[in-house]
Design a protein around this ligand. Structure first.
Ligand code: PBG
Length: 324
């Protein structure tokens, strides 16, 4: 036998030398759930270890994350029912607790990267990402609402705007709205290939944001489709997106790879709540070894082509990374 691949695996130094993929804490974005006011930390049953937090508690989590090398965060507001209405008006109130929190975070931690969520669902009495009329999600009626939301978020200090709504034309609409107001340096991470997935369940529990009627299949993509993701990618890129995202991540690694080949933009993958829940449940049962399985899962997403990974494991990955 002349060819013996095992020679390149014979000791740790050689294995390190030929390692193809490297995942660092700086590649990660850590999702955080924000509570209004001074409410205490609230556990989320289906997301063990993840909490809804008031701004003070959230600042502590940010500090602990920075200490292990994770300095990028995506913020989601847990909006009380009383603020929700048909047009998501609370989302653009300049003094709402979400925008206020960003202003304060930016003062306290000027060096961090903060990403927003643009979609109507956390603020909508219908629980849909777009404007609902007679059971239909009206695309073009939704765009100005998203544009105003994005501008309010840029004004508050977000570095990256994250449209997660899947309306047609929203990246271009948001880009124009931002540029119009002088926010040409505010980035957009487009949720490009966002699938109508069962793996968002725990997130909807966290934000109490499940649709009140129907499902999201007229705007989120069919899990059966991959080529369609390329249509979305071409549009988002032409409309001015700075990053293209695939969501969920684990069941969609072929889509991540496909976008990576198709586009020269950085590719992000959202390792969603249900994927976190799945691994945590297996580890709690003792069926998987957390400290081995978790980094393997994240590394695999990077290998598939994700430059950036949004994950609830971010802080813990940072901790393990620093322990070597
Ligand atoms: C909604 C939104 C969702 C997630 C991020 N933004 C859920 C949905 O589309 O219903 C899911 C994230 C996760 O499951 O971790 N705009």
């Amino acid at each position: 036998m002349r060819v013996r691949p095992r020679r390149n695996r014979k000791n740790q130094l050689i294995r390190n030398m030929v390692e193809e993929t490297l995942l660092r804490p700086t590649n990660l974005i850590y999702p955080l759930f924000l509570l209004e006011g001074n409410l205490g930390k609230q556990a989320i049953t289906s997301l063990p270890g993840i909490f809804r937090m008031n701004l003070n508690d959230l600042c502590q989590e940010v500090e602990a994350s920075i200490a292990v090398g994770v300095s990028s965060f995506v913020l989601f507001p847990a909006v009380p029912e009383k603020y929700k209405d048909k047009t998501a008006t609370y989302s653009v109130q300049a003094d709402n607790f979400y925008l206020e929190a960003v202003r304060q975070l930016k003062v306290k931690f000027p060096e961090i990267v903060l990403m927003s969520d643009v979609a109507m669902d956390p603020y909508s009495s219908d629980g849909h990402d777009g404007y609902v009329e007679d059971g239909n999600i009206l695309n073009d009626r939704t765009l100005p609402i998203l544009g105003n939301m994005a501008v309010a978020q840029a004004q508050a200090g977000f570095d990256i705007i994250g449209p997660s709504d899947m309306m047609d034309g929203r990246v271009g609409f948001i880009r124009d709205a931002l540029d119009d107001k002088g926010f040409e340096n505010t980035s957009i991470m487009a949720y490009t290939a966002k699938y109508a997935s069962a793996f968002y369940g725990p997130f909807r529990e966290a934000l109490d944001s499940a649709p009140k009627g129907g499902d999201k299949k007229t705007y989120q993509m069919n899990p059966a489709n991959k080529r369609e993701a390329l249509i979305e990618a071409t549009l988002d890129e032409a409309e001015g997106a700075d990053f293209l995202m695939v969501k969920p991540a684990l069941c969609y690694m072929d889509v991540i790879q496909s976008l990576k080949t198709h586009s020269n933009l950085p590719i992000a993958a959202y390792n969603v709540s249900g994927e976190y829940a799945m691994l945590m449940a297996a580890c709690e049962k003792g069926w998987l070894d957390y400290e081995l399985a978790m980094p393997e899962m994240l590394l695999s997403l990077k290998r598939a082509g994700a430059d950036v990974i949004l994950t609830y494991f971010a802080k813990d990955f940072g901790r393990l990374y620093n322990q070597g």
